[in-house]
Write a protein that binds this ligand. Structure first.
Ligand code: G
Ligand code: G
Ligand code: MN
Ligand code: NA
Length: 249
């Protein structure tokens, strides 16, 4: 069967789950987790979101899957003893249809999660596709008290122009820059410049895809605020991080 057909029944069959990856201060203190979708397919095994998110976006299933991920992440985080941040990725398609701000509002009420603990990660696609609509939804989300992070920063077309349109709460530097930071002076210069840009805008900046100690040391030397990557912790079922969320069960 085509993957899009199977995807349409994945929620009902309980085949989707979330893995959680730590978000840390540069000194290593864990301040939250990013929720990352996983599809446990009965025959294909673990299907990467890099494969099925584009399929879900094309078929429109991203509306249901995105709502499922948001509800599940909020519900999970609301159960933790520690009031850590929970970051959830949004697809630009979720801004195009339906009532995203209304959905987030009702999910916060439904789960009891404090709005300030929720961070929504968006890419500039949200503002490329329909600027006025995207901006208006972002403003309504912000008015709810949730935080908005610009994800994959540096990989799009004109990231800079969007930085003056909306008060983002965080910039996440794409991992493609971090992986080359010790081998490529251009990458190092870009990372340094993006950190400078973020700080000039009074925004904290997070480096994604930190895998090695030398990368971490470079980022600390550049006063990067936060880090995420295999060095600090892989995306895993939340049970693997029970000590961090204050549940030892
Ligand atoms: O998790 P990696 O773990 O392989 O994720 C691959 C891609 O899938 C990333 O670009 C990530 O942002 C995206 N992704 C993971 N989970 C979600 C989700 O819940 N919603 C959306 N829209 N994208 C997600
Ligand atoms: O697009 P977004 O930034 O949401 O996606 C995060 C992606 O990065 C996920 O696929 C996640 O599994 C992956 N990731 C997280 N940490 C690392 C890392 O240290 N190295 C690599 N190569 N990928 C990572
Ligand atoms: Mn992300
Ligand atoms: Na990213």
């Amino acid at each position: 069967r085509a993957i899009s057909n199977e995807l349409s029944s994945a929620i009902a069959r309980n085949e989707l789950c979330l893995h959680y990856q730590p978000l840390a201060k540069i000194d290593g203190e864990v301040i939250g987790f990013e929720a990352l979708l996983r599809w446990q397919h009965p025959q294909r095994g673990m299907v990467s979101p890099a494969t099925f998110i584009p399929v879900a976006e094309e078929s429109g299933l991203i509306m249901q899957i995105g709502e499922w991920a948001l509800r599940e992440a909020c519900r999970e985080a609301a159960s933790w003893s520690q009031p850590l941040q929970i970051a959830v990725n949004l697809s630009p398609i979720q801004f195009r249809h339906g009532d995203l701000a209304g959905l987030v509002h009702s999910l916060l009420l439904e789960t009891g999660l404090a709005p300030t603990r929720l961070e929504l990660e968006i890419t500039e696609g949200v503002l490329v596709e329909d600027f006025d609509r995207g901006l208006s939804i972002l403003r309504r989300l912000k008015a709810l008290g949730v935080r908005i992070a610009m994800d994959d920063f540096g990989t799009g077309y004109s990231s800079l122009s969007y930085m003056q349109s909306f008060p983002f709460d965080k910039i996440k530097i794409d991992k493609s820059f971090i992986s080359n930071v010790k081998s490529n002076p251009q990458s190092a210069a870009i990372v340094r410049a993006v950190i400078g840009l973020a700080h000039g805008l009074n925004l904290p900046v997070l480096a994604e895809g930190v895998e090695t100690r030398p990368q971490l040391d470079f980022l600390a030397g550049e006063a990067c605020d936060e880090v995420q990557g295999y060095l600090m912790g892989r995306p895993q079922p939340i049970a693997q991080y029970a000590d961090l969320i204050g549940q030892d069960g």
